[in-house]
Design a protein. Structure first.
Length: 193
């Protein structure tokens, strides 16, 4: 090891004897360092180029995936709109059928109620206005009190005539029909099956 130190000290002395030799050695060392730096710079540039190419390829791939996704979303929107139109048509058809049933039932119930009212009024007229005693007759309607023999004054109990009873009957059947229509409308599943 001492011989290496001796050799190194003689080399330094030889270079130090003449400044031109020192300049040549410095230039050689600088050249070697620059060659090494250029190789490292080339390697770094190549790594960066490969990395940039990889990133660009990933970007292009992701852009294509996003375009596919946009297409899928567009197709899903079109399909959802088609299904909504079909569902709306189904709900409208169900409601039309149920409304037709309710309307028919309402007309049948109204005709039946008016017939029972007419029968009740005929029976009441034949019985001489004693429907209060009979408890409403066969129509299961509440009894109407007979008209008083004396004139009706303000504050006396109201008297119902046939037109009032018909209006009450119509309104009652209409209310029952509206409740039935509401119940049938509520029974329709508006969500897509």
């Amino acid at each position: 090891m001492s011989w290496a130190i001796t050799l190194l000290s003689r080399a330094v002395g030889w270079v130090a004897d003449r400044p031109g030799r020192m300049l040549v050695v410095a230039l050689v060392l600088l050249f070697l360092w620059l060659c090494f730096a250029v190789d490292q710079a080339r390697d770094l540039a190549e790594d960066r180029r490969v990395q940039a190419a990889t990133w660009q390829a990933k970007f292009v791939e992701q852009r294509e995936e996003m375009r596919k996704f946009e297409g899928l979303v567009r197709e899903a929107r079109i399909e959802a709109a088609r299904l909504d139109r079909e569902n709306d048509a189904r709900v409208q058809a169900e409601w039309a059928a149920k409304f037709s049933e309710v309307k028919h039932d309402y007309q049948v119930d109204l005709a039946s109620a008016r017939a029972r009212l007419s029968e009740w009024l005929r029976d009441d007229a034949r019985a001489g206005g004693a429907s209060a005693v009979r408890g409403g007759g066969t129509a299961q309607l509440s009894a109407v009190s007979p008209m008083p023999a004396r004139s009706v004054r303000a504050g006396d109990g109201p008297a119902l005539d046939a037109a009032d009873l018909d209006a009450i009957t119509v309104n009652s059947v209409r209310l029952i029909g509206l409740i039935e229509a509401w119940d049938r409308a509520a029974s329709i599943n508006v969500n897509r099956p």
